[in-house]
Design a protein around this ligand. Structure first.
Ligand code: PSV
Ligand code: MN
Length: 386
């Protein structure tokens, strides 16, 4: 295989998971702007996700969020997805939207609250059994707002205890993906604030506990690709929640704020052997002011472009320059790949996959946007809490 053929072959195997909640209405704490045609049910979210996959060819799975995507029959929901040409992906738990969680969930001081949180996580594993999902994605809003509010160390102990119970419940082919986030909604301490804390808990739990890197969950200036390289080296990178941030956890389209950072991350993924199904490439975004389906198509394409550029890095030339201590040449090799316009290559890849080379234009022409506006009248649009 020529090098270019190998790059194309790799690009055809790419899989970006889209989040069910990105298809619903979302907003800031100031306003949620409702959009026309937005899904009213989990099934309609899957219908939209199936369009993203149909036009990009690389978005075959959809992450669910419980209870936002609560249904009577999860196996039937999985069949609905398959009928539309997609599959259900990670199950995201929600231990942050109930009044009981005011002082935390799995780390809360009240054992009854902790029980409720752990029971919810166990229920999420039951759902995974029904849907065939392999990953349980955990993000905890737990933390404190004021010094002295609670015992920092005791909260870690409670976290470890709760996680261990859920870990025990996992099937052999199921994983627990633990997400960290610097701050928000807690403003003084967060119980899983950084990759080190997530890593320490996952290491104790065992092989099926891995860390998720949400690109919006770091302090400004954090070198995320270093974290990626380190977690891959330790065999503990479970996946990504991709999005862009300018300030905090902005959840904007991945690759919109800093495409160069996305390229650097994807380079470390490829360099570290992480471009495999063992690392989940998920989006975790909200489209507050832009049209949702095209925004998700654009995001998937942004990940594809960064991946293509990372695959094009001349690894041999880079290695030579690095070994020779040739700083400028090494940097130039990396930048050459980054500065390559990969859009023609991706158009070819899509054509070879039997797709329209221009997913955005193809979606626009498809009439789906008009169809859902016309058909989805009545009912309650999906959004936070729905
Ligand atoms: C909240 O910050 C968050 O974005 C987390 O990253 C989760 O992955 C997501 O919401 C869904 O719960
Ligand atoms: Mn996330």
């Amino acid at each position: 295989m020529t090098e270019l053929a190998a790059v194309k072959a790799a690009l055809k195997t790419q899989a970006v998971e889209t989040p069910s909640w990105a298809y619903g209405n979302s907003g800031t704490r100031f306003k949620v702007f409702a959009q026309q045609g937005v899904p009213r049910t989990p099934r309609e979210k899957l219908d939209d996700a199936a369009r993203v996959h149909a036009f990009t060819g690389v978005a075959p799975t959809v992450a669910l969020h419980i209870p936002w995507d609560e249904v009577e029959d999860y196996a039937a929901l999985a069949r609905h997805a398959e009928d539309r040409g997609v599959r259900l992906g990670a199950i995201n738990s929600n231990t942050f939207q109930d009044d009981a969680y005011r002082l935390g969930s799995i780390c809360a001081p009240d054992p009854a609250v902790r029980r409720k949180a752990v029971d919810h996580l166990l229920e999420c594993v039951d759902i995974m059994d029904a849907t065939g999902s392999k990953d349980l994605k955990l993000w905890f809003a737990d933390g404190t707002n004021y010094p002295g509010q609670d015992d920092i160390r005791a909260r870690q102990d409670r976290l470890a205890e709760g996680l261990a119970e859920v870990y025990e419940r996992l099937g052999d082919d199921q994983r627990m993906l633990l997400e960290y986030k610097l701050f928000e909604p807690a403003f003084y301490t967060t119980d899983v604030p950084d990759w080190g804390t997530a890593y320490a808990h996952c290491l104790k739990l065992g092989e099926r506990a891995q860390v998720v890197v949400d690109t919006g969950h770091h302090a400004p200036g954090t070198n995320i690709e270093f974290i990626v390289a380190t977690l891959l080296r330790e065999g503990k990178l479970g996946g990504f929640d991709f999005n862009s941030r300018f300030y905090a956890d902005d959840d904007l389209m991945v690759g919109a704020a800093d495409p160069f950072q996305l390229f650097r991350i994807m380079y470390e993924v490829i360099r570290g052997g992480g471009f495999t199904p063992g690392v989940a490439f998920m989006l975790d975004q909200c489209h507050n002011v832009e049209a949702k389906i095209p925004a998700i198509i654009r995001s998937v394409m942004n990940v594809q472009e960064a991946t293509a550029k990372a695959l094009l890095v001349d690894r041999a030339a880079l290695d030579d320059a690095q070994r020779a201590g040739d700083v400028l040449e090494a940097n130039a090799v990396l930048m050459d790949a980054y500065n390559t316009d990969v859009r023609p290559l991706l158009r070819e890849v899509r054509e070879e996959m039997g797709l329209d080379p221009e997913p955005m234009a193809a979606y626009r022409r498809s009439g789906w946007a008009e169809k859902i506006v016309a058909e989805r009248v009545g009912g309650e649009q999906a959004g936070w809490g729905a």
